[in-house]
Write a protein of this length. Structure first.
Ligand SMILES: Nc1ncnc2c1ncn2[C@@H]1O[C@H](COP(=O)(O)OP(=O)(O)OP(=O)(O)O)[C@@H](O)[C@H]1O
Ligand SMILES: [Mg+2]
Lengths: 239, 346
């Protein structure tokens, strides 16, 4: 079953086509990777899906319903959550409150404050940050801020989680932990759509990968197919 | 004498703000003691007309007015970071509401209607403009003050053929008590606003609006509602203030100084905590009173603005987080040896 579909998704910034006529679909339960050189339009595609901008032209559907054009909070409540490449935690709020915001406001049906609190605590524990729940998120290390973002996104009961370069800036141990976290999230039944530059990570955890270049989709396939695609090697892997 | 009494009463107001900050900070120690002191301070302020000179409550009314304007401005602009310059517009709407209604209706009615009118105006303005960012929002809100003033002046000149309105007066003591009542209501509102999940959403918007939106917060709605609640208080005190003026015209009611002075007071006091704008408002109102009366003796009454300017420039240069910031730094030093806040994890 397709959980997310895009048809002819396009976004111009002035004269620049940051994303150009991209068709894609993500299957429920899979880990779907998105790669491409710097400036390829990966983050812009995430912004289009999460509602920061609307595609023009193009349509994005989530579980068969059109979501393009909705405001970000509505898309979030439908079950699409994300993290940001330039980590955006609420720096002066304790880690727990960061996550609580997701469970209080981002869930499809809403929940009582007691339930929301319980869920936030559970998710902080899931990402391994129980001990730091009272520390303002801005005081955490980069890897922990990223974990707060993941917990905050999951707290919204997301069915689709979009991770924008979760591994960027992490050391090898932390990268391995992040890969293990992705696998555990998937086991919770959450579909994952992830942008990544770290090849080892993306090849290791993804079922399928899509490649963008200058805003256009140039390839799609299993990690093996991508790794051996001539076109991909030319523009990206061969660098 | 009146300075001493009103200064003491101002400190009582600062204390009540500090008390709420402390409650919100979930500080449990000494709950009974601080609550007791709160009741005592409120009683002290409330009985000012009994033991004070006849002028003391009048001065105190002005102080409370500016406290309410500064606190309600901070209520929206502090956490969201949106610089609203519409205070004078909402205040003026309250003034004009009272100008039409005072005399025919009892004060509670026109105070509520004045607040409600500003609330509704803010809902509309907010829906139109809160999508604008930064400087555009500031300019638009300031434009609102000018727009209403000129439209009103136009209507008075060409449609009704009047020039301003007389306002049915209310005695000074009654005005004082209504002002104090609105202050108490404002403190209660600030407390519940901050403690609720709505307050959490508001803070998240101030920290990272885009992230809040993508986490499911309806940022536009939260901003508009907060903007309107703060406008309610501005309108309500406008309606009270009108009865003191006896005569109003658009220039008096929509005076841009009512926008700028509360902003300066809030910045001077510090916007992070509730008691910051209270300190700022009380300090500047007392200072203005003192300077104008002292300087007036030498015929230099208008020079007080110069002093304001100098103090503000110094304040912005040397205490970026206002008086509150200085107090926080001092108490931290004083507590040295105690548990220092640990902000880095390992
Ligand atoms: N808000 C914006 N306004 C104008 N141009 C933008 C905006 N966001 C992105 N762009 C431009 O669109 C293009 C695609 O950017 P995008 O951030 O999507 O790339 P990316 O694939 O995520 O790159 P990276 O790997 O560096 O993160 C770039 O040329 C960028 O400068
Ligand atoms: Mg990017």
């Amino acid at each position: 079953m397709q959980i997310l579909e895009g048809e002819g998704v396009t976004k111009y910034f002035g004269g620049l086509a940051a994303v150009s006529k991209v068709d894609f679909s993500v299957t429920k339960g899979e880990v779907f990777g998105l790669i491409g050189p710097n400036g390829a339009g990966k983050t812009t595609l995430f912004n289009l899906i999460s509602g920061a901008f609307a595609p023009k032209p193009g349509v994005i559907k989530f579980r068969g319903e059109k979501i393009s054009g909705l405001s970000p909070h509505k898309i979030c409540r439908r079950g699409v959550a994300r993290t940001f490449q330039d980590v955006r935690v609420f720096a002066n709020m304790p880690a727990l409150q960061n996550v609580l915001l997701g469970s209080l406001f981002g869930t499809p049906t809403g929940m009582s404050e007691a339930e929301a609190n319980k869920r936030a605590i559970e998710l902080l524990d899931f990402v391994g940050l129980s001990a730091m729940k009272d520390i303002p998120a801005g005081g955490l290390t980069l890897v922990n801020q990223k974990r707060v973002e993941v917990a905050r996104a999951l707290a919204t009961r997301a069915e689709l989680l979009m991770l924008d370069e979760l591994m960027a800036g992490l050391n090898p141990t932390e990268t391995a932990e992040a890969m293990e976290l992705v696998t555990r999230i998937r086991k919770r039944g959450v579909t994952i759509f992830m942008i990544e530059h770290v090849m080892k990570a993306i090849m290791g955890v993804c079922d399928r990968i899509m490649v963008l270049h200058h805003g256009e989709k140039i390839a799609e396939g299993t990690p093996k197919e991508i790794a051996t695609s001539k076109k991909v090697i030319e523009v990206y892997l061969g660098e | 004498m009146q300075y001493l009494l009103t200064s003491i009463c101002s400190l009582c107001m600062v204390y009540s703000g500090w008390f709420i900050d402390r409650l919100l900070g979930k500080e449990k120690r000494g709950k009974w003691l601080t609550s007791g002191v709160l009741l005592l301070t409120l009683a002290l302020v409330a009985t000012l007309p009994v033991y004070g000179t006849s002028y003391a409550p009048i001065l105190m009314t002005t102080i409370i007015l500016y406290i309410i304007l500064a606190v309600s401005w901070t209520m929206f602009s502090g956490p969201t970071g949106y610089m609203s310059l519409a205070t004078a517009a909402f205040f003026g709407v309250g003034i004009y509401t009272a100008a039409f209604m005072a005399g025919d209706f009892p004060p509670p009615v026109f105070i509520l209607v004045g607040g409600a009118a500003s609330f509704i105006l803010a809902l509309g303005v907010g829906a139109l403009t809160l999508r604008l960012r930064g400087i555009y929002f500031a300019i638009f809100t300031f434009g609102l003050v000018e727009l209403i003033r000129h439209v009103l002046a136009f209507i008075e000149l060409h449609v009704t053929g009047t020039r301003g309105r007389f306002v049915f007066g209310v005695d000074n003591e009654t005005i004082f008590y209504y002002m104090l009542g609105v202050f108490v209501l404002l403190m209660i509102t600030a407390y519940f606003l901050n403690r609720s999940k709505f307050g959490l959403a508001l803070r998240s918007i101030g920290e990272y609006e885009a992230a809040a939106a993508h986490t499911g917060v309806n940022v536009t709605m939260v901003k508009i509602v907060t903007f309107a609640v703060s406008a309610f208080f501005m309108g309500a005190v406008g309606a009270i203030w009108a009865t003191k003026l006896h005569y109003v015209d658009p220039g008096i009611a929509f005076n841009p100084l009512f926008t700028f002075i509360p902003v300066l007071m809030a910045i001077f006091g510090g916007m992070g905590l509730l008691y910051g704008p209270i300190i700022g408002a009380a300090f500047f109102t007392l200072l203005k009173e003192f300077l104008t009366t002292t300087l007036a003796k030498y015929g230099l009454g208008e020079l007080y603005m110069l002093f304001f300017g100098v103090i503000l420039v110094a304040a912005i240069l040397f205490m970026p987080n206002g008086v509150v910031g200085v107090i926080q730094r001092l108490t931290q030093k004083w507590r040295k040896g105690g548990p220092v806040e640990e902000h880095a994890d390992t």
